[in-house]
Design a protein around this ligand. Structure first.
Ligand SMILES: Nc1ncnc2c1ncn2[C@@H]1O[C@H](COP(=O)(O)OP(=O)(O)O)[C@@H](O)[C@H]1O
Ligand SMILES: [Mg+2]
Length: 225
C-alpha cells in the first residue's frame, strides 16, 4: 500500500434485494483515495454514488470486498467499532443538511460531541466563524438560508476534526451561486489538510475538484487526474 493512501476499496460489491430480486448496484474493483485529495465522484442519478460514499464512510456494509482505512480493514468490524470510527474519522455532509430544527446553529455544530458537548463550545464558535456565520450562532435552522444551513452542516462535520469529509450532493438544493460558495468553502478546508470526496452529478461542481472519478451503472468507468 502507498503510504499516503487514506482509504481504499477492493472488489466492493453491494447487492439490494434477495434471490431472484437481487440487483448488484455497486461493483468497484479498485479505488484509492490519498490524503489531501479533493475528489468529485461523478455520474448520473442512480449510478451508485451514494452507495459508494456510504460504504467508504461505514454507514453501510458491502456484500463483498473490503474497505480499508489507514491500512485497517473496516468493512468487517462490529457496530461499536464503526460508531467510534465514523465519529473520529469521517465528516458527513448531505444534500438536505439534516440539521436538528429545534436547536441553535451552535448546538447543531456541537451535536457530534453530545452528551459531553460543553467542552466543544469554543471550537464550534470558531468553526461557525470560519464558515462565515459569525453573529448567527443562536439562530435556529429555519431562520437561516439553505446556503447558511449547509455552512452549519459543514462546521458540524468538522467539529471532531475528521480525516475524511464525505459530501453527498452538497449543492443539490442550492442555486448555482450559493453552490459555488459551498464548493469554495470545501476547497478551503481541503487546503487546510482535509481529504474531501464530493458526490455530484453537476459538472460545474466537479470542476472545482482536483480529481474526477466517473461512475456508470455501479462501476467506476473513468478517472481523470
Ligand atoms: N435501499 C435500497 N434498496 C434498493 N435499491 C436501492 C437502495 N438504495 C439505492 N438503491 C438502488 O441502487 C442504485 C444506486 O443508488 P444510489 O447509490 O443512491 O445512486 P446515486 O447516489 O448515484 O444516485 C439505484 O438503482 C437505486 O435505485
Ligand atoms: Mg445519491
Amino acid at each position: 500500500m502507498e503510504p499516503d493512501v487514506l482509504v481504499s476499496g477492493k472488489n466492493l460489491t453491494r447487492v439490494y434485494g434477495k434471490n431472484k430480486h437481487a440487483v448488484k448496484v455497486l461493483d468497484v474493483k479498485s479505488l484509492e483515495i490519498r490524503r489531501g485529495e479533493f475528489i468529485a465522484l461523478m455520474g448520473p442519478s442512480g449510478c451508485g454514488k451514494t452507495t459508494l460514499l456510504n460504504l467508504l464512510g461505514a454507514l453501510d456494509k458491502p456484500n463483498g470486498g473490503e474497505v480499508i482505512f489507514e491500512g485497517k480493514i473496516i468493512s468487517g468490524q462490529g457496530e461499536a467499532f464503526l460508531c467510534r470510527f465514523r465519529r473520529k474519522k469521517i465528516g458527513f455532509i448531505f444534500q438536505s443538511y439534516y440539521l436538528i430544527p429545534t436547536i441553535s446553529a451552535l448546538k447543531n455544530v456541537m451535536a457530534p460531541a453530545f452528551p459531553s458537548g460543553s467542552g466543544y463550545k469554543k471550537r464550534a464558535m470558531e468553526l461557525l466563524g470560519l464558515v462565515g456565520l459569525a453573529g448567527k450562532e443562536r439562530r435556529k435552522p429555519d431562520d437561516l438560508s439553505g446556503g447558511e444551513q449547509q455552512r452549519v452542516a459543514i462546521a458540524r462535520a468538522l467539529l471532531l476534526d475528521p480525516d475524511l469529509i464525505l459530501a453527498d450532493e452538497p449543492t443539490g438544493n442550492l442555486d448555482s451561486a450559493t453552490g459555488a460558495e459551498i464548493m469554495d468553502l470545501l476547497k478551503t478546508f481541503n487546503q487546510r489538510g482535509k481529504t474531501v470526496l464530493v458526490a455530484t452529478h453537476d459538472q460545474r461542481v466537479a470542476e472545482c475538484c482536483g480529481r474526477n472519478i466517473r461512475m456508470m451503472d455501479g462501476q467506476i468507468i473513468q478517472e481523470l487526474k
